[in-house]
Design a protein around this ligand. Structure first.
Ligand code: UGA
Length: 437
């Protein structure tokens, strides 16, 4: 099939490459010339495991091209909208200007029978408004809302073998003309057993925001338990192991620590609250305000704990922060809890050195006042305290005996609860976890 993918950021670049991998003829379109130049040279504009190899592989087949020219969408029968919906500056609501511009730019290229597939995360009600716009221009085209659930760091496999497909169509029915077209697009994963659910447009939009809100709530729940554990001397990691064994609860996303960040969960729960307010249903989501507050409190708590570790203030203390990305296997620093903690400590007088295997370039653009050192051993040297804030495998595997030789004082704060406290303490370290005695 001939497919266009509008927006080649995280979602779009991975989607375009994966659609070509599935055998389709794909053109990726974006207004950002640098991104298009990179992608055309099979270079991923961000770090995502497996993406560059996939770009190379599919570009060799000639099935994947990239351009800034929207007219290249003409001739494709399926058009994926993959642009970002960031938080509006100074407001909780989502900024829909990129979605709006993508759809308006696409309108002149549409032909009867074309399918426009929305993948961006949008406030409920957006799809039916866009559907109106599309049918004014090309009544023979159809809109489907097909939210994306990929995780950064696992984006390629999440796209090629997703948990489920959600198709939102105007009448919510299997007979809608877009359903069979999308089935053809996803023929391979469907044959491999990925289930698909067909529903109306608002339900499909809500599935995405509800899923992200649930995940954020689960993380904040365990972090609230961590606060209680800290107050009582209990251990949140053992608590999570025990409640997680109940199938109905599950252990995933119960990792207590410095909380969630990134370009999705924080802005999605805020946009959801803002949309509920517009719909007169704000009471239904007031709990998300608490989810957000618990999450932000983790960051302040870590700064307090670091202060406690020293006992005599932060001024002039040399602190090494392990990890800048919002999570491992990513170079994304959007709303990264690790970086926000590093910046706070620096503001309070500490001398902070940040290290990360992939995210230092992005981090230094966001917080140029921090010191960045790529090499872990060099970053740790002469440190008064180490804070493990993003759990990259190489930090989880650090040997406490070896690290101890290069620091000034053996103090470690494990912001993700991934180290074995007894091992570090046995090696002579002052160890602090979050929500652990
Ligand atoms: C999230 C969702 O998991 C995806 O399903 C969704 O498609 C995506 O947002 C999106 O909307 O595009 P992502 O932002 O890549 O994916 O990251 P997650 O793996 O969900 O992690 C989010 C944050 O929660 C990270 O900062 C992570 O460190 C933190 N986290 C996660 C915890 O603090 N504890 C946990 O137990 C799990």
């Amino acid at each position: 099939m001939r497919i266009s993918v509008i927006g080649c950021g995280y979602l779009g670049a991975v989607h375009a490459a994966c659609m070509a991998k599935l055998g389709h003829q794909v053109v990726g379109i974006d207004v950002d010339e640098r991104k298009i130049a990179d992608l055309s040279a099979a270079k991923a504009p961000f770090y995502e495991p497996g993406l560059e190899a996939l770009l190379e592989e599919v570009q060799e087949t000639g099935r994947l091209t990239f351009t800034t020219d929207m007219s290249a969408a003409s001739g494709s029968s399926v058009h994926f909208i993959c642009v970002g919906t960031p938080q509006k500056s100074g407001e909780n609501a989502a900024d829909l200007s990129y979605v709006e511009a993508a759809v308006r730019g696409l309108l002149p290229q549409l032909a009867p029978g074309d399918i426009i597939v929305g993948k961006s995360t949008v406030p409920v009600g957006t799809a039916s408004r866009l559907r109106g716009l599309i049918s004014e221009q090309e009544p023979g085209a159809h809109l489907v809302w097909n939210p994306e659930f990929l995780r950064e760091g696992h984006a390629v496999s999440d796209t090629l073998q997703p948990d489920r497909f959600v198709y939102g169509v105007s009448d919510g029915s299997e007979e809608h003309p877009a359903v069979s077209v999308l089935d053809d697009v996803y023929e391979v994963p469907l044959q491999n057993g990925t289930p698909r659910l067909i529903m109306d447009l608002p339900t499909a939009e809500l599935v995405k925001t509800a899923a992200n809100s649930f995940l954020a709530t689960k993380i904040s729940f365990i972090n609230a338990m961590a606060e209680l554990c800290e107050a009582t001397g209990a251990d949140v990691t053992r608590l999570a192991d025990a409640i997680g064994m109940d199938d109905r609860i599950g252990r995933k996303f119960l990792q207590a620590g410095i909380g969630f960040g990134g370009g999705c969960l924080p802005k999605d729960i805020r946009a959801f609250m803002a949309r509920a307010g517009e719909l007169g249903a704000d009471q239904a989501l007031t709990f998300l305000r608490e989810v957000d507050a618990i999450n932000m409190r983790r960051r302040t708590r870590v700064v307090e704990l670091t202060r406690e570790l020293f006992g005599d203030g932060l001024l002039g203390k040399r602190i090494t922060v392990l990890g800048a990305a919002f999570k491992p296997e990513s170079d994304d620093v959007r709303d990264s809890p690790a970086l926000s903690i590093a910046a706070q400590l620096q503001l309070q007088g500490a001398v902070v050195t940040v290290t990360d295997p992939k995210a230092l370039h992005n981090a230094s653009r966001r917080f140029p006042e921090l010191q960045y050192v790529q090499n872990t051993s060099a970053a740790i040297e002469n440190s008064d305290a180490i804070l493990l804030l993003t759990e990259w495998p190489e930090y989880r595997e650090l040997d406490p005996y070896i690290v101890k030789q290069s620091v000034r004082t053996p103090r470690i704060l494990d912001g993700r609860n991934v180290l074995d406290p007894s091992k570090w303490r046995a090696a002579g370290w002052q160890y602090r976890g979050l929500g652990r005695p």
